[in-house]
Design a protein. Structure first.
Length: 138
């Protein structure tokens, strides 16, 4: 069995961003040489997310608007922010959107359904964060 590990690094210019990372994950898969297996993509920070969905700008705006309605940025609202932080909303948004995805690898390609792409969701940006890409298989 082969194994390949790669780290993607992000430092977003905005506090909230959704970034299509499919090309970077596909590049890691190509380097791995794995033809059949699994690819794990994991946000390594508790205020960011990795998820699979459609790459459509209106949908991305809908996600951010929906998340803000569920977990609005309101420093006074959250007990976590009493510790001196101001990112409780980002922790909640990450929980909603998910920590990681696993994608099957078939014939050397990510085995997606129609329109599926991998996204990095940043909810407390403007600082360096990492995403783990772990590929295993034959």
């Amino acid at each position: 069995m082969k194994s390949h590990t790669e780290y993607l690094v992000f430092n977003t210019k905005d506090k909230h961003e959704l970034i299509n990372i499919t090309p970077q994950v596909e590049a890691a898969l190509a380097k791995s040489g794995v033809k059949e297996g699994l690819c794990l993509v994991n946000a390594m920070h508790i205020t960011s997310s990795v998820f699979i969905n459609d790459d459509e700008e209106g949908l991305h705006q809908d996600f951010l608007h929906w998340l803000e309605g569920l977990a609005p940025y309101d420093v006074k609202k959250y007990k976590h922010n009493l510790t001196g932080e101001d990112n409780a909303d980002a922790h909640l948004k990450r929980t909603i959107m998910g920590r990681e995805v696993v994608v099957a690898i078939t014939k050397g390609k990510l085995d997606f359904g129609p329109w599926e792409q991998i996204f990095y969701g940043e909810f407390d940006g403007r600082r360096r964060k990492r995403v783990l890409v772990k590929i295993i298989g034959e």
